[in-house]
Write a protein that binds this ligand. Structure first.
Ligand SMILES: [Zn+2]
Length: 107
């Protein structure tokens, strides 16, 4: 096993070359691979906040959110063979997605 370190071209972190693909560390690859789903998640999350008064809509949006989270999980598992690490990364991406609703204005 080679122990050569490379710099991730995105976050600048030094990682073992075995962990890097396309000069990107695993964290950044995960972040990029779920970026579109994370935006979709944030959009649905905000929509649900708006529809809080209507129970039927909230349930439907809740199911859509769950589906997006499943797809994020599936993508992360493709990139991360270690299951515990995959779960940790998914949790982090979901925390980011849920936090986004506070920083995105409008829509
Ligand atoms: Zn990185």
């Amino acid at each position: 096993m080679s122990s050569i370190l490379v710099f991730c071209k995105d976050c600048g972190k030094q990682v073992p070359s075995a962990e890097a693909r396309d000069q990107l560390c695993l964290d950044c690859r995960v972040r990029k691979s779920v970026a579109d789903l994370r935006d979709e998640h944030a959009r649905l999350w905000r929509k649900r906040e708006r529809y809080k008064s209507s129970q039927a809509n909230v349930e439907q949006i809740g199911r859509q959110i769950a589906r997006v989270e499943d797809r994020m999980g599936a993508r992360i598992k493709e990139l991360v063979p270690n299951e515990r690490q995959a779960v940790d990364l998914l949790r982090r991406e979901l925390e980011t997605a849920r936090g986004q609703r506070y920083t995105i204005k409008g829509v």
